[in-house]
Design a protein around this ligand. Structure first.
Ligand code: ADP
Ligand code: ADP
Length: 228
């Protein structure tokens, strides 16, 4: 599903953020990415959704190489990948419904079908009853659920989450995790960067630890720090 082969990333200012990473993530996996601040986690996952290009190395998603994909085909590739951020990134003047509908790829789709699909994903994140609300009328956890609905509305093969619980209290963080787990159970591959030790240690998944731009650990059911 996601393959990286000897991937390097040096930013224009000379910072070497990722230094030779190779990974293979299978379809349907749930993967945590952990590591200290500045370790290269964001750069690593930004390259997966092509927000950043590697300086060297190969990345492919679903068998399609990112580097050989022509610019004009990038939107098609992006449709395979949904992204969720720590700070939600909702459009403040649009309702919950509109935020999700706006992200939907609408190719000769009837209004009724758009409505059906949007309400369907709002149901998954349990926000059907708040479809008309504006983002500022929602709690942080609810806003993140809208962002998740937006990220899955095009049925992506992969959902990438960069510290999705970073701005949320523990209880709300768990709600978000249960929703992500449900989405994973439906077959979507999930890659999630996180600093949340509690979640990582209680909801055990594959864990990739990054330090100094390299993979320092890759464990099937890892813990946040080394078990002593
Ligand atoms: P993490 O997500 O683990 O905190 P990042 O991938 O954000 O790590 O950053 C890795 C290194 O790359 C850090 O030294 C950071 O300062 C640097 N970096 C991140 N983004 C940029 C950028 N756009 N330009 C230059 N350096 C950057
Ligand atoms: P920009 O490149 O200026 O962010 P986009 O059209 O790519 O503009 O994104 C529009 C909105 O959708 C933004 O809020 C962005 O954060 C969000 N977004 C972009 N790509 C994705 C994606 N693959 N999945 C979910 N949301 C996305």
């Amino acid at each position: 599903m996601i393959q990286m082969q000897d991937v390097w990333k040096t930013y224009p200012n000379g910072v070497m953020a990722v230094n030779g990473i190779s990974i293979y993530i299978k379809k349907g996996e749930f993967v945590y990415v952990v590591g200290p601040s500045g370790a290269g986690k964001s750069t690593f996952i930004k390259m997966m959704y092509r927000e950043e290009k590697p300086t060297r190395g190969e990345i492919s998603i679903d068998g399609k190489s990112l580097s050989s994909t022509k610019e004009k085909h990038i939107p098609f590739l992006r449709r395979k990948i949904g992204v969720v951020f720590q700070d939600f990134k909702l459009l403040p003047s649009l309702s919950v419904f509109e935020n999700v509908a706006f992200a939907m790829e609408v190719i000769e789709e009837s209004k009724a079908n758009i409505r059906k699909r949007v309400m369907n994903v709002l149901d998954i994140v349990r926000l059907k009853n708040k479809a008309r609300f504006l983002p500022h009328e929602l709690s942080g956890g609810e806003q993140q659920r809208v962002a998740i609905a937006r990220a899955i509305v095009n049925n992506p093969a992969v959902l990438i989450a960069d510290e999705p619980t970073g701005n949320l209290d523990p209880e709300t963080s768990w709600e978000i995790m249960h929703i992500l787990e449900e989405i994973n159970d439906r077959g979507t591959t999930i890659v999630m960067a996180t600093h949340n030790r509690d979640i990582v240690d209680s909801m055990r998944k594959r864990l990739i630890a990054i330090e100094g731009g390299r993979i320092s650990r890759d464990e099937i059911r890892g813990t946040y720090s080394y078990e002593s």
